[in-house]
Design a protein around this ligand. Structure first.
Ligand SMILES: C[S@@+](CC[C@H](N)C(=O)[O-])C[C@H]1O[C@@H](n2cnc3c(N)ncnc32)[C@H](O)[C@@H]1O
Length: 163
């Protein structure tokens, strides 16, 4: 995770600490995913690169320049077969039509949905699905009574290392 001024990492740590039986297998790492090699960062924390892995990259891609996203996709695509990557992105139309929001929130990149399969394929990843806000609640389970939603400006992708 990035450090960041929002203090999200601190909020997450506090939430986990409040659990009656906090997990002991959660590791917090600080990395700039555009420049710090993820394999090295994770290996240093004991990550087993031979294990099938689920990578969640939620609401991060749009804050990176397009070439800054590539190292994460490359790392995910090199994971063992059957590993999965879930990530959200801004569609190009949203980025172009909302210049004020782009400046305000610091959005730096977007993708056309039609280009996502080829983008993933370049990194050994196969698109399994790419859904918007309407399809999201039905497609993704609503766990523990929470109503999980996707903002209407985002799409969520599930991709897999097909090997
Ligand atoms: C809108 S928040 C999404 C938060 C995330 N879904 C979570 O649950 O913490 C955007 C996140 O992108 C992270 N981020 C932005 N640029 C980054 C970078 N170069 N390397 C690593 N993380 C970065 C920020 O630290 C922030 O936590």
């Amino acid at each position: 995770m990035g450090g960041g001024p929002t203090g999200r990492a601190a909020l997450k740590r506090a939430a986990l600490a409040r659990l009656p039986d906090p997990p002991t297998n959660v590791h917090y790492l600080t990395a700039d995913v555009t420049t710090d090699p993820l394999p090295d960062t994770l290996a240093g924390a004991g990550f087993d690169a031979t294990a099938r892995t689920l990578v969640v990259f939620e609401a991060v891609a749009q804050y990176l320049p397009a070439d800054g996203v590539e190292p994460t996709f490359a790392w995910a695509g090199a994971l063992p077969r059957g590993s999965r990557l879930v990530f959200t992105y801004l569609p190009g139309t949203v980025w172009r039509e909302r210049p004020r929001a782009s400046r305000r929130y610091g959005w730096l990149s977007a993708y056309e949905p039609a280009e996502v399969p080829a983008l993933l394929a370049r990194h050994g990843l196969t698109l399994r699905e790419d859904v918007g806000a309407e399809a999201y609640p039905a497609r993704y389970p609503q766990l523990h009574g929470r109503r999980l939603t996707l903002r209407e400006i985002e799409r969520v992708v599930l991709a897999e290392v097909a090997g």
